[in-house]
Write a protein that binds this ligand. Sequence first.
Ligand SMILES: Cc1cc2nc3c(=O)[nH]c(=O)nc-3n(C[C@H](O)[C@H](O)[C@H](O)COP(=O)(O)O)c2cc1C
Length: 207
Amino acid sequence: MTITAASAQRFVALPSPSTTGTMSLEQTLRTRRSVREFAPRPLATVDLSQLLWAAQGITTRDGRRTAPSAGALYPIELYVVAGDVSGLAAGVYRYDPHRHRLESMVAGDRRAALARAALQQDSVARAPAAIVIGAVYARTSAKYGRRAERYCAIEAGCVAQNVALEAVARGLGTVVIGAFDDAGVRDVAAMSGDESPLIIMPIGRPR
Ligand SMILES: Cc1cc2nc3c(=O)[nH]c(=O)nc-3n(C[C@H](O)[C@H](O)[C@H](O)COP(=O)(O)O)c2cc1C
């Protein structure tokens, strides 16, 4: 069921992630390439769900995740800027890894605004959706002080590679985007003041 603006709900459950696949890790590594041109086709919710799980999914009872985190403090936050995702109303969503669900933040298609914040990069405007990787430095600086920004950047890189390899395994493509205006991305994603955007990853089927 598509969630329309009229019936907009705050939380959107995602399909359960799969932990089996048909492509080997080595094949995904061998195949991964930055993809900047996408077919004009919707992204399936099941694919979005799997990519978010690969990025930050919880894999143990004590809350450990698919990607490493300094001191297991988990400063990374993920946002989805969805424009053409089947079954999901266009909007900005925050991923809740604990419940594997999305929280609606902003209604409406914000891809063009995100592309403007990303210095007009077409890949961001044309992909059916983008994942924005942000970090709350304070979670990490409470323990690691001035190394927090470094640690958060390292963690964002680990998360991005998980997303990139999962994308390949599902016949999708993405690119790590680091060139953007921080304030613009923060505004589009409705991030709180203590969050810093680190990476944008447009997602879609390679054209
Ligand atoms: C830190 C970082 C920032 C990047 N920023 C951008 C970007 O803003 N736009 C873009 O199209 N590609 C960006 N890239 C992707 C690189 O251009 C790409 O990884 C490189 O050309 C190598 O190609 P490959 O990823 O296909 O191996 C970035 C990559 C990294 C690691």
